[in-house]
Design a protein around this ligand. Structure first.
Ligand code: NIG
Ligand code: FE
Length: 414
């Protein structure tokens, strides 16, 4: 099966030489080819270049992309899309003045979602989650990470992870699974956090490992949730099973979680709304990707990750949606990219780099997706006719997607 895209107004994020991620000043550069062609064979990108050099070859399908941009799909490296029900009642409580942490302390928040999920069958959870995933693919997401962490019991955590596995089997996009059992201390263990962590380590981790349900390990390292010692304990326990850390840190408070993540060779440290100079310093020259979640900052009205300071310091940055029922009930990466430009003052080039190649790296998929490179999956966004790609973040709240291709197959609308 061969497809040729011809007359592409601009082919974005072209990387002839393989790269893992971009950082610092490099983030401002988005390599592209104007008036381009691209060839896809058996789901992979096999050739591309300027239309002047377009080969005369037969194809099963020719797409005329006149006036339109072609770019790699979004890579969303941090989501919680497997959940049951929603929490719009808490949203209204917050509008009326209650705080996110106050609601959580009163039994709402993560514990509210855990209760709902425990009462939901695996099939129903799968149905609810697949609706979300299909919508996201239609919005241009071509690779995604999904976390557990709304189960908080052995059975319910396994249920979440099995749903993620079913999604992996049923959908053509790359999906990575992260174990986030240490997301909150469940009601049953109130005041007994250590017993909960011990239960996770002794009972849950071995079963998750036996069924090969996770690639990464996460923990909510935050005041009132899990501290540095808890984080070190969980990450060390996960390491025994070969799980690489991707952790929630510095959402509301900064107390050394970023440095700890780096010590454990975390693939990513995520949230980072609160960043001290030393947190930026400790990330320099490491392989740990900082991940910003502007949808969460927007929805909760909390600070945005200081992208300018971090990029100025030479760091890379990835953007992800954090799609979850409590702090970011949207997985629309087009909006995430807009928010990054509008609220974090990232340029369109920086934001697109952060939401493609850097996002791919933050879930270990930089060799498969995230750029227009030979051998990578043809997970592509074909835009509507556009003047320039800056229109993508500019037109916030809408999206400029005409068609989505996953492994070369058109899937939009799903
Ligand atoms: O990434 N901060 C921790 N976990 C999620 C939100 C959890 C929730 O409110 O359900 C997050 O924002
Ligand atoms: Fe999250």
């Amino acid at each position: 099966m061969r497809i040729i895209f011809k007359n592409i107004k601009e082919l974005l994020q072209v990387r002839k030489e393989a790269i893992s991620f971009v950082s610092g000043k490099q983030m401002a550069i988005l390599p592209s080819i104007k008036h381009a062609y691209l060839v896809v064979e058996n789901g992979l990108i096999t050739d591309f270049g300027s239309m002047d050099t377009c080969p005369e070859i037969q194809a099963d399908s020719v797409v005329d992309a006149s006036g339109k941009m072609l770019m790699p799909s979004w890579c969303d490296a941090h989501t919680h899309i497997v959940y049951a029900g929603n929490r719009e009642a808490e949203f209204v409580q917050r509008i009326q003045g209650m705080g996110y942490e106050e609601i959580a302390a009163a039994g709402g928040g993560i514990l509210n979602s855990a209760k709902k999920l425990q009462e939901t069958s695996e099939d129903s959870l799968y149905e609810q989650s697949s609706v979300r995933l299909e919508a996201l693919i239609g919005l241009g997401t071509g690779a995604i990470e999904i976390k557990s962490g709304y189960g908080l019991t052995l059975e319910a955590e396994l249920k979440m992870l099995r749903v993620i596995r079913r999604l992996k089997e049923a959908y053509p996009i790359e999906i990575k699974a992260t174990f986030l059992g240490a997301h909150a201390v469940p009601e049953k263990y109130k005041g007994n956090k250590h017993a909960y962590l011990k239960m996770l380590i002794d009972e849950v981790l071995p079963k998750v490992a036996k069924e090969k349900l996770a690639e990464y390990i996460d923990i909510f390292c935050e005041k009132g949730y899990f501290d540095l010692a808890d984080t070190a304990l969980m990450l060390a326990a996960g390491k025994k099973y070969g799980w690489i850390p991707k952790i929630h840190v510095n959402q509301f408070s900064a107390f050394g979680g970023v440095g700890l993540g780096v010590q454990f060779n975390a693939l990513s440290v995520d949230h980072l709304e609160e960043m001290r100079a030393e947190d930026i310093e400790v990330l320099k020259e490491t392989k740990t990707m900082p991940v910003a979640l502007p949808g969460c900052s927007f929805f909760l009205g909390i600070p945005y990750t200081p992208a300018r300071k971090m990029i100025q310091a030479g760091l890379p940055l990835a953007l992800a949606s954090d799609y979850n029922p409590g702090s970011s009930p949207s997985g629309n990466m087009n909006l995430v990219v807009s928010l990054a430009c509008i609220k974090m003052k990232m340029t369109p080039e920086e934001a697109i780099n952060a939401a493609t190649i850097n996002g791919a790296y933050a879930m270990g998929l930089e060799n498969e997706v995230g750029s227009i490179s030979i051998g990578k999956q043809a997970n592509l966004i074909l835009t509507k006719p556009l003047n320039s790609y800056a229109f993508i973040p500019y037109a916030f709240g809408s999206n400029q997607i005409e068609k989505v291709f996953i492994k070369g197959k058109e899937v939009h609308p799903f």
